[in-house]
Design a protein around this ligand. Structure first.
Ligand code: IPE
Ligand code: IPE
Ligand code: MG
Length: 253
């Protein structure tokens, strides 16, 4: 049987450039529910979720996707119990250490978006080490959204611009969509073509609010720990069938 990744890559290269997602963003949700349904502690769902992260970054590399952005921790997730947060930080630190070899082998370029100031020092240390090591890798950009919030990001940009206008280094008329885009954490990345959410909730939960304006959404009830390579490839295949109009009309209409 033909390898499904190969088949998907073939279809992707056969189809027009516009049919291939260049940037995929994922809300990796449903870890807790997956565990609870199996009488396991919620943290077991997070642990298993790391394996799905590995599968997704490997598949994105094989398919030559430019960037994948993974929602690891939202700015609202700090409301969770201390023990769960401590475990998530531990998992993150472990991931940054253990995945270093794979990140380098696969040529992935790590990028982290979100606030840094609320993260523990040991996580920052491992993060900076992996960021520096992978800085000039040529492959897929692996973007981790950690302590990230879309509203927080836009507020930060608004403050920066207001400061510059007040200081006289920027004129109000110079504030454009392009300028705002270029100040976001995601500056330099391609537009988010496809946004996947696992766990079945039909919401964006403060993820990439500006960037998702014209993204195609693909939501599945499957929880993150059981999200398979086939599921991922199906989302990419479905994307190729979507008609994107960006507010205009179909080309053949
Ligand atoms: C997503 O899984 C991971 C994080 C938010 C860190 P959840 O922990 O939200 O799992 P559910 O949604 O409660 O099942
Ligand atoms: C979104 O999931 C955040 C991450 C996946 C990191 P949540 O579980 O926090 O979202 P809500 O609370 O259900 O909206
Ligand atoms: Mg959740």
């Amino acid at each position: 049987m033909k390898d499904p990744v190969k088949a998907c890559a073939d279809r992707a290269s056969e189809s027009a450039e516009s049919k291939r997602p260049r940037h995929i963003a994922i809300i990796m949700d449903g870890n807790g529910r997956w565990a609870q349904a199996r009488d396991l502690p919620r943290i077991e769902g997070h642990r298993r979720g790391v394996e799905t992260v590995r599968m997704v970054s490997e598949t994105a590399t094989e398919l030559n996707i430019d960037a994948i952005t993974l929602y690891c921790l939202s700015s609202e997730n700090w409301k969770r119990p201390k023990a769960e947060l401590e475990f998530l930080m531990h998992l993150l630190e472990q991931y940054l250490i253990e995945e270093r070899r794979t990140i380098m082998d696969q040529g992935l370029r790590l990028k982290v978006i979100g606030r840094r100031d609320r993260l523990p020092e040991n996580v920052i240390k491992e993060m900076d080490k992996t960021l520096a090591m992978s800085e000039s890798n040529p492959g897929t950009q692996l973007v981790l959204a950690i302590d990230y919030g879309g509203r927080d990001e836009i507020t930060k940009v608004a403050r920066e611009l207001a400061r510059e206008v007040a200081a006289g280094s920027l004129r109000e008329e110079e504030i454009s969509e392009e300028r705002i885009t270029s100040r976001l954490y995601t500056a330099g990345l391609p537009e988010v073509d496809l946004m996947i959410r696992t766990g079945g909730d039909m919401r964006v939960s403060n993820f990439l609010l500006w960037q998702l304006s014209y993204s195609e959404l693909w939501i599945t009830d499957t929880c993150w720990p059981e999200f398979t390579r086939e599921n991922f490839l199906t989302a990419i295949d479905d994307f190729a069938l979507r008609q994107r109009r960006f507010g205009g009309l179909n080309v053949n209409e």
